[in-house]
Design a protein around this ligand. Structure first.
Ligand code: ATP
Ligand code: MG
Ligand code: MG
Ligand code: MG
Length: 471
């Protein structure tokens, strides 16, 4: 089943269950200044859960474009390392706004997976929140999932991939206990079942998360009940496609294989399983859709996340031997794969290409030189790249510090992040003591943003060195 057909089969199923099909919202949340990017399907419905917005329907389903490259959900550093994580991905979702609750949510999910998509029930595992006996009972007694494949899971204690059966979009807002459905890709892949010490592997892959949205979390951490309990589900389209296409990695599905093939041609790389090709294929989706949604490369906030992703992709191209521009040429195959589902992408193709090409040319001027500097620094540094050198790469060669850290990681090195922060602070102090052009409005905005001691505090906790303003 092609990825495009899975999208429509999902929507058809929920349409047949009286759900209203709604369009994907933008990657830039429309009315939520606390959130950097739309990281799940529920974002556009946040105010409906909170009770401050009313919709003319109580059941909805959609395919939501999501980005997890900053904020509470940040998978940027997993891309290329796991079979299942992207920065940009599509989330299939169904919702009940005060209508059905646990029983029907579980029933629909089970029927779709084992009935419509014909997945073998014995390959599916489920988790429930440790105290949720109701969900446990529905899975066990009504759906017939045997006790040995139902795992009770508590709160995540901060481990990045540990299962966490209490879902929250961010540190505040709607949240609740959840139940997750995993697919067992087979004994020849490393990794243990959910809840086990080696669950971080890629054998048991989480495909669907059903959240029983019941609480609103206040900034001080207290939970108050929502006006009406709701259901919020999210299933990764690419992960489901991998299962249905009998491949293990998301990168092996039809949609990605096309992108990877073109990336292979553009970079003259034969081995289509090369990690860099996967990263490039991932990043072209994130970058193109961010630009479609109005973000442009810049030195702060969302624009800086975009710049960081583009530069990471360009560095991977460089590693494969590209010495010129190539990344913007990936937009065409992306439009071929996704333009039908997202007409806004097709409509803005040349704008996206132009924006990427401009950034590519800008960074192309310093990438090569910066890589030479990196090699020199790495040769003399031992295990850790000093903060001042990371800062020099950032300041003179336009290497975002996470890019430097990523190159270092590939070579088994670390970066002194505290030293980097100190060097950055010192530069800001110098900027403060220096001229006050900016106050007089004499400096172009972009230059000013590079020099100004801006602290970017508007969004939810930003991953350190993530989207906080550096410049
Ligand atoms: P994981 O534990 O594998 O990181 P998650 O629990 O963080 O996934 P959810 O927040 O529950 O994911 O999101 C709902 C669904 O979206 C997941 O079950 C998965 O199918 C999909 N998904 C989540 N993150 C990604 C990602 N980075 N790339 C692709 N699909 C994803
Ligand atoms: Mg995750
Ligand atoms: Mg999970
Ligand atoms: Mg989950």
């Amino acid at each position: 089943m092609k990825t495009a057909d899975i999208r429509s089969a999902f929507l058809d199923y929920f349409r047949s269950k009286d759900h209203t099909i709604v369009p994907s919202s933008s990657l830039v949340p429309a009315s939520d200044p606390t959130l950097l990017f739309t990281n799940s399907g529920m974002v556009q419905f946040k105010n409906v859960f909170l009770g401050s917005e009313k919709l003319p329907y109580v059941r909805a389903a959609d395919v939501q474009r999501c980005l997890r490259a900053g904020g509470k959900h940040n998978d940027l550093d997993s891309v290329g390392y796991t079979a299942r994580h992207h920065t940009f991905f599509e989330m299939l979702g169904n919702w009940s706004f005060g209508d059905y609750f646990k029983r029907d949510a579980i029933r629909y999910a089970w029927e779709l997976l084992t009935g419509v998509f014909q997945l073998p029930a014995e390959k599916l595992w489920v988790t429930v929140y440790h105290t949720d006996d109701e969900a446990y009972g529905i899975w066990n007694k009504e759906m017939g999932v045997p006790a040995e494949r139902i795992v009770r899971i508590g709160d995540n204690k901060g481990a990045p991939y540990a299962s966490d059966n209490f879902w929250q979009m961010a540190d505040t807002g709607p949240c609740g206990p959840c139940t997750e459905i995993f697919y067992d890709h087979g004994a020849d892949i490393a990794g243990g079942p959910p809840g086990s010490p080696d669950e971080d592997g890629d054998r048991y892959i989480e495909i669907w998360n059903l959240v029983f949205m019941q609480f609103d979390r206040a900034p001080d951490g207290t939970l108050s009940p929502l006006p009406a309990p709701c259901v919020d589900t999210g299933m990764g389209l690419e992960r489901l496609a991998a299962v249905l296409q009998h491949v293990h990695s998301n990168y092996e599905i039809d949609l990605f294989q096309h992108l990877i093939k073109v990336a292979g041609e553009l970079t003259r790389t034969q081995d289509l399983a090369n990690k860099s090709l996967r990263v490039i294929a991932d990043h072209i989706r994130a970058c193109s859709f961010l630009i479609v949604d109005g973000v442009l490369p810049s030195n702060e906030g969302r624009g800086y996340v975009l710049r960081r992703i583009i530069r990471r992709a360009l560095r991977h191209g460089w590693m494969l031997g590209v010495r010129g521009d190539f990344f913007w040429k990936m937009v065409q195959p992306l439009v071929e794969e996704m333009g039908a589902a997202y007409p806004e992408l097709a409509a803005k193709q040349s704008f996206v290409e132009e924006a990427l090409r401009t950034e590519e040319q800008r960074f192309g001027e310093t990438l090569e030189h910066g890589m030479r500097v990196f090699d020199e620094v790495a040769a003399k540094s031992g295990k850790t790249i000093p903060g001042e050198d990371a800062f020099r790469l950032y300041d003179t060669y336009g290497f975002p510090v996470d890019l430097t850290a990523d190159i270092a990681r590939e070579r088994g090195l670390a970066v002194d992040m505290e030293g980097f922060d100190r060097a950055m602070e010192e530069q800001r102090d110098r900027g403060r003591k220096g001229s006050n052009f900016q106050a007089k409005g004499l400096m172009p905005a972009e230059l000013a943003s590079q020099l100004a001691p801006t602290t970017f505090l508007g969004y939810e906790t930003l991953s350190s060195h993530g989207s906080k303003v550096v410049g």
